[in-house]
Design a protein. Structure first.
Length: 215
């Protein structure tokens, strides 16, 4: 199996091998599919990352999970509740119409890494891989290295925010909100709805903003 971001030390560790063996034992009963595990990294080379949006874990339904946080297949016509909430904020913040597709890969083309802090879950069981230590090591390394580069991070939800301690705050900027799931904002002091994360990210980027508009 080939790995993107070859410089990451995680790929050469026993933890990586243990992770792959654990996945082998699940016989495909997890999301996203094995071929998409590292898709988020493959689509945005390390040196191209300008924004890192960190979510929780993949959609637990195979029909939605793509290996990109929050993105779904282009041909899927129904949107999961979390993506509906993201598009509501997209509409309120940017005043763009709700997209017809939930495919977010056009953002990755501009240097937006859509990473789940826990990049896998068992089918129909959200957060089922939360206590796998291998994922934590990988996400810690990714976020720490990006934090040294001076980018914009957006952490959505409590699981994602656990990794803010890895960032060099003298070089990078951080936005934190609740998770965009419908229940994520109920008791949050920093709710996703009304957060205006799209315009806030662009304000931190300055003269080279992201074109968030989706077809």
């Amino acid at each position: 199996m080939s790995f993107p971001w070859q410089h990451l030390s995680f790929w050469k560790t026993g933890e990586c091998q243990a992770l792959l063996e654990r996945l082998d034992g699940l016989k495909g009963n997890y999301t996203p599919a094995r071929r998409d595990l590292w898709r988020a990294l493959s689509l945005v080379p390390f040196g191209n990352v300008r924004v890192c949006i960190v979510g929780q874990d993949p959609y637990p339904s195979p029909k939605y999970a793509t290996g990109l946080a929050f993105s779904i297949p282009k041909e899927e016509k129904t949107f999961p509740p979390t993506l509906q909430q993201i598009f509501k904020e997209y509409e309120d913040d940017l005043h763009y119409p709700i997209p017809k597709s939930g495919d977010l890969t056009s953002w990755t083309d501009q240097g937006v890494l859509l990473w789940n802090a826990i990049p896998v879950c068992l089918e129909a069981r959200p957060l089922s891989a939360y206590d796998w230590p291998e994922w934590r090591l990988l996400s810690e390394e990714i976020i720490k290295q990006l934090g040294e580069r001076g980018i914009v991070f957006c952490f959505l939800g409590g699981v994602a925010r656990e990794f803010t301690k890895e960032i060099n705050l003298e070089r990078s900027k951080v936005i934190e909100t609740s998770h965009p799931s419908p229940r994520g904002s109920i008791h949050s002091k920093t709710p996703f709805q009304g957060s205006r994360i799209f315009t806030r990210i662009n304000a931190l980027l300055g003269s080279n903003p992201i074109n968030w508009r989706l077809s």
